[in-house]
Design a protein around this ligand. Structure first.
Ligand code: FAD
Ligand code: SIN
Length: 508
């Protein structure tokens, strides 16, 4: 058993920011970060466009960013949360810069601000087209300097330990030696990111299996808004399943246009904002075009843009396209929508507290009320930064009482270990991904959702039979979590009345 003061699960922007701030404030206390892959592997690392922040650029205002966020959320945002998050943006940006994050500047020497769908102004601060990688690098290098932070890579959190609606820590599998460790903590924070792998066709890396939300659900925490899955309109089209390369929305902000194979600029047929309509609308419009034309993809045309400026802003996108035979200067980029983000998750209040005592959540795994039915582009990194700060403020309040529990934590039964057949798991996972794409995608039908619910229940029974004994195989736990998340998405989609934002359901 290992005791720590703060157990943080996940090492993306949310987990790392919180760890760093707490460790700075309490040098005598211990902060443990467990993370299931390498320390830097996360959705954060792949973020391209940037962070939406109101700077002192003429024309922009908090009011406008608040309005854009609320319009995008299609009536379901919590206005108090929106106001709080957007007002805190500049403070978070200042901290990131102090920790060594480099953001691009323009010729005047001020921050270069990109534009993305749903934004009425240019307000996206960025580092080329690799903003997330730069943020992850900067914060992680600060974290690694802290003596009181332990970063345990390849440590997979299996489940939370709770007693009487209070979280006491977590069971964690050390993937290197296959030992399960019991961590006890005064406070446990879930910062486990997204769920993309559930759909197979996603912009997320394979670590995004919804583990934190599933663990919180098993601990009886409140989970909300799971039906609001965001599909990014422009992932690079290729026939393979698995993570897809993103073509940032900032490329359309830079002037690129969507066209059909025949060259039609179709977005104005759907929305007066054209290519820069909010993400839900652009993805839904592409879906409609593809079902009309029966084409496999639509195209992003950058051929009219200043290529030198383009390559300077989007070097990674330019190179990646070149590697697959697309010369952006001459060719249109083939693109399709792909799963990108989950707007719902573990319900938290404005201090990041979940409904389970001593358990907090921040970043993509949480549901704060900021995004409503559809997230505004580049508001996710912002939300993660603001909420890790909110949790920090709560945990460093001098009046905060640390209640000790007398509960005797059950030890993990070490003798009951087995490796489940990996081929069997892979087959089931592929079937699950197919089911989610077909039955819980951009457009959903009531009967498909009901069928999916039944199928998921069957798989749950099947996997329970084969997996009764304690496993040392993380794919088994990931698959269980994916099943739980799929069921939550499907059930909450069935329950949702009325279409809004990224959610469209028809009776059939
Ligand atoms: P993550 O960064 O995903 O980190 C989660 C961490 O939890 C990882 O370290 C993971 O290994 C760990 N973990 C998960 N499960 C377990 C477990 N069981 N045990 C131990 N560890 C676990 N947002 C923007 O605002 N602007 C953008 O420009 C932008 N671009 C994007 C581009 C791409 C391609 C993608 C995929 C996302 C983008 N997003 C963007 C969304 C944004 O990057 C994410 O929502 C955000 O980074 C999430 O941060 P996080 O810290 O919550 O989670
Ligand atoms: C992008 O660069 O298009 C992604 C931005 C986001 O997810 O907010």
């Amino acid at each position: 058993m290992i005791k720590t003061n703060y157990l943080i699960i996940g090492s993306g922007v949310a987990g790392l920011t919180l760890a760093l701030k707490i460790a700075n404030q309490f040098p005598e206390k211990t902060v443990t970060i467990v993370t299931k892959s390498t320390a830097d592997e996360s959705n954060t690392k792949y973020a391209q466009g940037g962070i939406a922040i109101v700077t002192d650029q003429i024309g922009d205002s908090y009011k406008k960013h608040i309005e854009d966020t609320i319009i995008c959320g299609d009536g379901l945002c919590d206005p108090a949360v929106v106001e709080m998050v957007i007002n805190e943006g500049p403070k978070c940006l200042k901290e990131l810069i102090e920790w060594g994050t480099k953001f691009d500047k323009n010729n005047e020497g001020t921050l270069d601000l990109g534009k993305e769908g749903g934004h009425s102004e240019n307000r996206v601060v960025h580092h080329k087209d690799q903003t997330g990688k730069e943020i992850e690098r900067a914060i992680l290098s600060q974290v690694q300097l802290k003596k009181n932070i332990d970063v345990l890579a390849h440590h997979f959190s299996i489940d939370l330990i709770t007693d009487n609606n209070r979280c006491l820590g977590a069971y964690v599998l050390n993937q290197l030696n296959k030992e399960t460790i019991t961590f006890t903590a005064d406070f446990t924070i879930l910062a486990t990111g997204g769920i993309g792998h559930l759909y197979g066709h996603t912009t997320n890396p394979i670590i995004a299996t919804g583990d934190g939300i599933a663990m919180a659900y098993r601990a009886h925490a409140e989970i909300k808004d799971m039906e609001f899955i965001q599909f990014h309109p422009t992932s690079l089209y290729d026939k393979s399943v698995g993570p897809s390369f993103l073509i940032s929305e900032a490329v359309r902000g830079f002037g690129a246009h969507l066209r059909t194979k025949n060259g039609h600029f179709f977005m104005l047929d759907y929305d007066a904002r054209g290519d820069l309509a909010s993400r839900d609308i652009v993805s839904q419009s592409i879906e409609k075009e593809l079902s009309k034309t029966k084409d496999d993809c639509v195209y992003l045309d950058c051929t009219h843009l200043n290529m030198e400026a383009f390559i300077n802003h989007f070097p990674m996108i330019y190179e990646r396209c070149k590697n697959v035979g697309v010369d952006i200067a001459k060719d249109w980029i083939p693109v399709v929508p792909a799963q990108h983000y989950i707007c719902g998750g573990i319900a938290v209040d404005q201090s990041g507290k979940t409904s389970v005592e001593n358990l907090f959540a921040c970043g993509e795994c949480s549901r704060t009320g900021l995004h409503g039915a559809n997230r505004l582009a580049s508001n996710s990194l912002l939300e993660a930064l603001v909420y890790s700060n909110k949790i920090y403020e709560f945990l460093t309040n001098p009046n905060l009482e640390i209640k000790k529990s007398l509960f005797e934590i059950p030890k993990v039964e070490e003798i009951e270990k087995s490796e489940i057949d990996s081929e069997y798991l892979t087959t089931l996972k592929v079937k699950l991904q197919h089911l989610m794409r077909q039955n819980a995608g951009i457009v959903r039908y009531e009967t498909d959702l009901l069928n999916a619910k039944e199928q998921l229940l069957e798989w749950e029974k099947e996997i329970e039979k084969v997996g009764k004994i304690h496993q040392t195989n993380t794919s088994y736990y990931e698959f269980l979590n994916m099943l739980t998340i799929a069921t939550l998405i499907v059930i909450q989609s069935i329950e949702r009345q009325g279409n809004c934002g990224g959610f469209i359901k028809f009776k059939r």
